[in-house]
Design a binder for this molecule. Structure first.
Ligand code: AMP
Length: 279
């Protein structure tokens, strides 16, 4: 496995890939866990040329404290990636990704109007900046993204299609701990008490699936908010029921063929997100 700490090192490593060979790409912010590794394994099932980036992207953080405390475990990440069989790890500097101030604004097609969008102003534009920049550098054939970040996945599909990137976006299922908590780099920031409470989030989301027929979308999001908030360690920021394709709120179950429940919950200072398919 080649570790590339600069753009020039990556360019040299890319030269060793034969012309016409597929490239699989897994962009991450590091602090890797099994969820990330499942994306790497998926990529390796498509092509042996699997490139993983580790880059904590400053432009997608709307909260400076969140950026400052974001976990960084580069050495352990490289060990995991070596074991997983990645061929190249790209660890760029901020200057490699943003050689000049990146003020580029993206058309996100309104997919950022609900869910994470209003709660994290500028977040998805920052995601679009980094992903397009990384795609321009790596030129992947396939890129792998987790359904854990459901809205991010929809937005990436939208911008790559709109900008005609010749890349296939491959969605990957959410990996969970045995107790149901969605794996996340932020989980390592949880206190033991908050870690113990956190699986309640997914338990409530799965309960919501069984209540779809017996409550309206508004009643259901209210009910799930109350269920989560009844745990003193947790505080819902939002529970939203969205059309899976447009990411607009659903007020009647018949409004959309596919419906997703999306959640953001504070466990102490740590903000966790999760989602589940309701329909
Ligand atoms: P991040 O490092 O958090 O930016 O995540 C990098 C990629 O890994 C994104 O495509 C995430 O959606 C994906 N990912 C994060 N957590 C999980 C998980 N628990 N299961 C599957 N994919 C995940």
């Amino acid at each position: 496995m080649k570790i590339c700490n600069s753009l020039s090192q990556l360019e040299a490593a890319l030269q060793t890939i034969g012309p016409g060979e597929d490239i699989g790409f897994v962009p991450t912010m590091g602090a890797l866990h099994k969820g990330h590794i499942s994306l790497v394994s998926k990529s390796l099932s498509y092509t042996k040329n699997t490139i993983v980036s580790l880059f904590v992207n400053p432009t997608q953080f709307n909260n400076p404290n969140d950026l400052a405390t974001y976990p960084r475990t580069e050495e352990a990440d490289c060990d995991l990636l070596r074991q997983a069989g990645a061929s190249i790890v790209f660890i760029p500097s901020v200057n490699d990704i943003y050689p000049s101030d990146d003020n580029r604004l993206f058309d996100l097609g309104g997919l950022d109007s609900y869910g994470e969008g209003p709660k994290r102003p500028g977040h998805f534009n920052g995601v679009a900046q980094v992903v397009t920049r990384l795609f321009d550098i790596v030129k992947p054939t396939y890129a792998f993204f987790g359904e854990k970040d459901f809205q991010q996945l929809a937005i990436i599909k939208y911008i790559t299609k709109g900008l005609n990137y010749p890349v296939t976006i491959v969605p990957c299922p959410t990996l969970r701990e045995d107790d149901g908590l969605a794996m996340s780099s932020r989980n390592m920031l949880l206190s033991p008490e908050h870690r113990e409470a956190a699986p309640v989030i997914y338990r409530c989301l799965t309960e919501a699936v069984s209540m779809v027929g017996s409550a309206t979308p508004q009643e259901l999001s209210q009910k799930v908010t109350e269920m989560i908030n009844s745990n003193p360690m947790l505080e819902c920021e939002y529970i939203e029921i969205l059309n899976s394709l447009t990411l607009q709120p659903v007020t009647r179950w018949d409004d959309a063929a596919e419906v997703q429940m999306c959640a953001a919950v504070f466990a102490g200072k740590v903000r966790l997100i999760d989602n589940i398919k309701l329909k």
